[in-house]
Ligand binder design. Sequence first.
Ligand code: GTQ
Length: 365
Amino acid sequence: MLFVSILTIMGLSIAGEQSMSTGAAETPARKAFYEKIDGRNLTALWTVMGALITPEPRSRCVPFGWRFADIREAMIEAGGLITAKEAERRVLILENPGLRGESKITTSLYCGVQLVLPGEVAPAHRHSQSALRFVMEGSGAHTAVGGERTRMEVGDFVITPSGAWHDHGNETDRPMFWLDGLDIPIVQFFDASFVEHHNADEQLITRPEGDALARYGANMLPVDRRRGAITSPIFNYPYVRTREALEQMRRAEAWDPCHGLKMRYINPETGDHAMPTIGAFMQLLPKGFVTAPYRSTDATVFSPVEGRGRSRIGETVIEWGPQDVFVVPSWKPVVHEADEDAVVFSYSDRPIHEKLGFFREMRGA
Ligand code: GTQ
């Protein structure tokens, strides 16, 4: 007898599949048994094993893209409805269509777009979650971390370490938009969330602007500094530097078939990723470049800074331009195609995959 069921196990829907991973049929006696043990909070492994231990990643996260113009329009409307101070953070969450209601763009990562209007302050707080900012529009609004302010420009990669006080402000005359990438679902999974609110809207500034970058981002380290922290001491990786490095490297014409030219942001004290839970990357795809198919276990969020093109993710094709956001789920093959020189930022949970031995990638398939 073919047993067809619709099961939802740990949020994983399996429709029309044999529920018994062993292929064992459901007899009346077995069914009665399952019902009996269910009342004791017991479940027979052989009825769920196939859904738990899968031959390859099966994710509810789906390929999807958001147009910046659409996000921007909604953000401006939000700007008329609530202040940054009242909201604490005026952010619209980019929710994966396969994960609605969970505040997730991938199974393990959060993505939002934050707006700070001229004259506003997003008040100081600190939390267990680590955050990255990727600047989308505006010039010169600031964030403060560790007693230092940094003014932000489009394409800058800015980080807020776990447990660090941070507040944002905009003393310019233009709105500022940035993408927020946080490890909220990871902290949630481990039930490890703490937050504190500062007694002042803005933290005390104790260091001159640019101090961290000079101290840690000039291929030198303070002489007596011995061991690096798990998060990079640099908290703004300016786009001008990143762009210049990519431009210099392109002259070598050493393209990776799957990535074009792809670099990862590092913690200069350890050589590891800049953040413990989130890996961040910037890649250059020259005009006309079509990548070889690539898949990896780390579901990845992409946001182009410059250029236009499209990405085929499995059967889904997503057209993209500057500041759009799209997501490639775990183990879905992706092919990128650049119509113009394109510079594309991305982030994923790769540091965790690597440390726990889960990371796998496949090139050309
Ligand atoms: O800027 O501190 O998108 O705490 C979500 C939570 C941004 C932030 C978010 C946050 C922040």
